[in-house]
Ligand binder design. Sequence first.
Ligand SMILES: Cc1cc2nc3c(=O)[nH]c(=O)nc-3n(C[C@H](O)[C@H](O)[C@H](O)COP(=O)(O)OP(=O)(O)OC[C@H]3O[C@@H](n4cnc5c(N)ncnc54)[C@H](O)[C@@H]3O)c2cc1C
Length: 511
Amino acid sequence: MNVDVIIVGGGPVGLLLAGELILAGVRPVVLEQLSERSTAYKANALVGQVVRFLDHRGLYQSFGGRGDRPQPAPAFLFGALPLKLSGLAENPLYGLQIRQARLESLLEQRARDLGVDLRRGHRVQELRQDDDAVTVQVQGPDGCYEMRTGYLVGCDGARSGVRKMIGVSFSGFTDPSIISRAAHVTVPASSISTDTADIALPSGDRIGLYAWHRTERGAYVVVPHEPGVLMVSVIEWDGPPITGEIPVSIEEVRASLHRVLGQDLPLAAPTTPGPHLLRRVYVANTRIADSYRHGRVFLAGDAAHVHSAVGAPGLNLGLQDAANLGWKLAAQVHGWAPPGLLDSYHAERRPAAERVTMHTQAQLALMSPGPAVTALRQVVAELLETPVVTGQITDLLAGSDVRYRTHPGTPHALTGRFAPDLDLRIGSRDTRLAELMRPGRPLLVDLTDASHLADLTGPWRDRVDLVTAHAPAPPADALLIRPDGYVAWALGPNGNDHLLEALGTWFGDPQ
Ligand SMILES: Cc1cc2nc3c(=O)[nH]c(=O)nc-3n(C[C@H](O)[C@H](O)[C@H](O)COP(=O)(O)OP(=O)(O)OC[C@H]3O[C@@H](n4cnc5c(N)ncnc54)[C@H](O)[C@@H]3O)c2cc1C
């Protein structure tokens, strides 16, 4: 065996996974086909629970997050309808403004600093697995070579070759009648008003920046990208089909916007150095891998799921796949993974993808033209006036409604959910729960100084850290937290039932 784990693909998901494995004591090899990082314009922001996970690893602030901890968004959209988040008692919609190229650059630097063997210009061409290992054929800069690995993770994007090589179906549908066109553009400078956050059209009408607008012909959004440059995105239902291999142009985006707006907005190509966005896709492309695991091979990120980009959920979903799989794979390599731990990756993460494909399709349907949809929007808009409904939709968008498998009985309400961030005092030191998660190790936080927990968990001490801390108004007496930030067990007023069971379920037999 050459290595324990090979990761195919050095995009954001592969790079985060590599870092998680290193934290857990496994040194993976990352094979990335591109000899230099892609400069293609992709994500602009992370939205949802993953922002809190980055905070757990100390990456929120180093990746440019504002404040000393993640901040929830004051407002957002659902299907181009406004969501008022300021009235929510708990707003889980955390955001981090960061361009994907920068995110990848920071994740790559971190992975290299941690000691990841990242090989650029190495393309995986073939793989086969037997009972003991996976063998890959790699085309590198100096020719072809073969490697054997205990486990392999395909983080190789939506067109995943790994997924095809292991014969896993990518079930779902692609609707060629719904086309999205997007570009970075300039418009006459005099037409933009930053004071009122809108643009004047030649007719004198004004259109607001930032929010999606729906018309009876389609939907569009205009967002400032950098000084003098805007991002325009337009979605058309039953517009002119994509013909042949004609490359998309600014003129095509302008014509699409004209059809949807019903009037022209003169768009031109930016003169600033790129990379600039210019893209045309079938936006209703919704697919999930039937299985996230096939023997010793796993799928994560876009290799496992694709969906429309409405609400920007891609990295929230994909990076949390990496967080979920990393520690489990490491446990398997170290030999203490309990039965079923590796299979829990599919069991936990595929339903999370189903939630995202559900809400992105629902949002797209709500943005589509037609009087029946207009009526439906009215109903949904009225429902969204209710804080309970807004809270539920916001949980869905953030991915904070995900609850993983819990132990039998009546588990504490926090069990299976992402751990709340808590202000803590340990001795004379003030800290936060998120700061205790930096090492990426399982953690038992004892919030009541229940010293018997130390006796109970002693046999797991090689893999579970124990901290005694004080918190104002703690939501539980103790919390057992997995490395991916999810609560495996929590102690409520009804005693400590199931702690040993939870330790065994997630962290294997005691030493
Ligand atoms: C225009 C656009 C805007 C977006 N905006 C947002 C947003 O605002 N927020 C958000 O959360 N998401 C957004 N997304 C989605 C987000 O970009 C993706 O979800 C994300 O890139 C997925 O990361 P990944 O690592 O799974 O795959 P990728 O980023 O596709 O990386 C896969 C990597 O695998 C490599 N690879 C492929 N095959 C092989 C092989 N055989 N051997 C070796 N290497 C291989 C590729 O070169 C690539 O580097 C956007 C996407 C686009 C296109």
